[in-house]
Design a protein around this ligand. Structure first.
Ligand code: FAD
Length: 457
């Protein structure tokens, strides 16, 4: 008999004996609080939930879980719970890392040390005090580790590359329950694997990252009624074809239901929005934006703002949201693809249809990078549907899939790991050529496959 054949009661007793009330089983009140992810469309039912608050407590959980024949799934926020839902969690301890948060900044080396469950807002607050910022994404409540170690597409991306390339060192709890540091000088194979392999190799308890020297940034959005989607989309496609690497922007059509908590310019409206950041002087950025501003947006917020404010520009939902998504990476955006974008955005059932401009430094592999250090392709096409009630799940899943299907003629084989959101998507496309070595290293560092992750190698 192996550990994984132990009766459920025996496993539960062993876990409880080792961890006491630091673990919640299905019959405990704390179980339901702990198992609910940010993406509340996903109904996770792990074997147990543990909420460690220190690195030592993470060690205790990993050792107790493996001694009970259980696997471990680190989860910081549950933004990627859709991707983890492709894994059977019935023998998994969900390690909910929301209690392991905090960041400190070294202004001299321009680095930050960030605890494993921290969100970008935690880092930006302390970095801003030193006139610094970081390679965050569009949302301040996504976790630093979950985003960085799967690549990370930032509004600084076309200038500075994939966010994962800003990782300097990782401290993690490995499958044997040891605390290990991986960097360019220590445990170098593990350091390579973590940068792309993410939670498949252990539970990250802290991470050290380079910061960017920007106290402020020229950023904002241009907004029109969606009736202008065709004109704006063609203009943005033409504009991005020659835009310098200093500019990283997105184009979206959004459909907001009428909701009293939304501002009037959003509530009940369909809109087309261009937003992002331009790392240049005000004069140069304004000159660059002129062709888009000539289309007379109803709202124009592009201006120099404190860099910590960049996470608000994309208007990502501030609270847990039930949503499903799909994406493809495009190698070009000719006129027919723009027409396909406009048509997809008019389909019922989709909340957002988005194009992110890639290219520039995002497409260039980093010197001394890890398993994933760049993403080819010129644009990322992303569809998002809200799941207002569980019964709408299948319809939303079909809507996001159907939304990306027309882009087949311009699609590359690549996928952006951070945008892989479940539904049986082929994760290996996100690892590219690194997948073979990643799998070898997974067998070496986690031979019993202890760690369940949103994007398994
Ligand atoms: C509203 C929204 C906006 C987004 N914006 C962007 C964007 O601008 N750019 C972009 O690239 N992506 C973006 N994403 C995608 C997001 O970056 C990924 O889904 C990311 O993986 C979420 O990380 P998380 O830790 O918050 O989520 P979780 O679901 O908690 O974790 C995802 C996975 O990360 C790993 N993980 C997390 N923490 C740890 C840890 N401490 N130790 C080990 N493994 C860990 C695990 O494998 C886990 O399964 C966005 C997602 C949403 C929902």
């Amino acid at each position: 008999m192996t550990l994984s054949d132990l009766p459920v009661d025996t496993r539960a007793d062993r876990l409880r004996a080792a961890l006491g009330d630091r673990v919640a089983l299905a019959e405990d009140a704390a179980y339901d609080v702990g198992r609910i992810p940010w993406n509340v469309a996903i109904d996770q039912h792990p074997f147990a939930v543990a909420r460690p608050e220190t690195a030592e407590e993470v060690v205790d959980v990993v050792r107790a879980a493996t001694a009970s024949g259980l696997r471990v799934a680190p989860q910081a926020t549950g933004h990627a719970a859709g991707a983890l839902a492709d894994t059977d969690l019935s023998d998994v301890v969900l390690l909910s890392l929301g209690g392991l948060r905090g960041a400190t900044v070294d202004p001299v080396s321009r680095t930050a040390r960030v605890l494993g469950g921290s969100q970008w807002n935690d880092v930006l607050a302390v970095a801003a005090a030193h006139g610094l910022t970081a390679m965050h994404g569009s949302s301040g409540d996504v976790s630093v580790v979950g985003y960085l170690l799967s690549g990370g597409l930032s509004f600084y991306g076309r200038t500075h590359g994939l966010a994962v390339d800003s990782v300097r060192a990782v401290q993690l709890v490995t499958a044997d329950g040891a605390i290990v540091r991986a960097s360019a000088d220590e445990n170098t194979d593990l350091f390579w694997a973590l940068r792309g392999g993410s939670g498949a190799f252990g539970v990250v308890v802290s991470i050290e990252i380079d910061l960017l020297p920007y106290p402020d940034v020229f950023a904002g959005m241009l907004l029109w009624d969606a009736s202008h989607a065709g004109v704006v989309a063609h203009a943005w496609a033409e504009w991005t074809a020659t835009a310098p690497e200093a500019a990283t922007t997105t184009l979206r059509v959004l459909h907001f239901p009428p909701m009293p908590e939304l501002p009037p310019f959003l509530s009940g409206r369909s809109l087309v929005v261009v937003d992002g950041a331009i790392l240049d002087t005000d004069a140069a950025a304004s000159a660059l934006l002129a062709p888009l501003r000539a289309l007379e947006p109803e709202m124009d917020t592009f201006a120099r703002i404190p860099s910590a404010g960049l996470v608000a520009v994309h208007m990502d939902p501030p609270d847990p949201t039930p949503a499903l998504t799909a994406h493809v990476v495009l190698e070009s955006l000719p006129g027919e693809a723009v027409e396909a974008f406009v048509a997809a955005a008019a389909q019922p059932g989709l909340f957002i249809v988005e194009l992110r401009h890639l290219g520039g430094a995002i497409a260039r592999p980093a010197a001394n990078g890890g398993a994933v250090s760049s993403l080819g392709g010129e644009y990322l096409l992303h569809t998002i549907a809200v799941v207002p009630v569980p019964e709408a799940f299948a319809m939303a899943a079909a809507a996001v899939r159907d939304g990306v299907a027309p882009f087949e003629p311009w699609r590359t084989d690549a996928l952006a790991l951070t945008f892989i959101d479940g539904g049986g998507e082929d994760v290996t496309a996100g690892f590219g050529a690194a997948v073979t070595r990643l799998r070898e290293l997974k067998r070496r560092f986690d031979p019993a496959d202890v760690f369940a992750s949103a994007r398994p190698v």
